[in-house]
Ligand binder design. Sequence first.
Ligand code: AMP
Length: 114
Amino acid sequence: MNSCLFCSIIKGDVKGDIVYQDESVVAFRDIHPKAPVHILIVPRKHIATLLDLEQGDKGLMGDIFYAATRLAKDKGISEDGFRVVLNCGPGAGQSVYHIHFHMLGGRSFSWPPG
Ligand code: AMP
């Protein structure tokens, strides 16, 4: 767990552009943004993938989506719309194994995603 990049950002050992935090959730700007607004919303608790969620983490997921609504309004993307995405596992392109939701906004998005 010590080698987890997002744990290091949460602890402050690695610099992150943090835009929101509360007792269970931290959100920071993606270092390689794919949209004008690209924020990663992560739990403070280290959970490697969506498949590693436990019964006791259900409330945490609500905390994350509540943070997303706060951020959407705060960053001015709630009116036009935005996307929240989680990649689970290598086939979906997950590259950091600390669960995170990508919040993307500020442009139009096609469907289905690539
Ligand atoms: P995923 O591919 O879904 O695991 O997403 C990982 C995301 O983390 C990618 O969009 C990266 O650009 C982003 N990322 C990697 N390193 C950092 C970092 N130090 N600070 C912020 N975002 C990062």
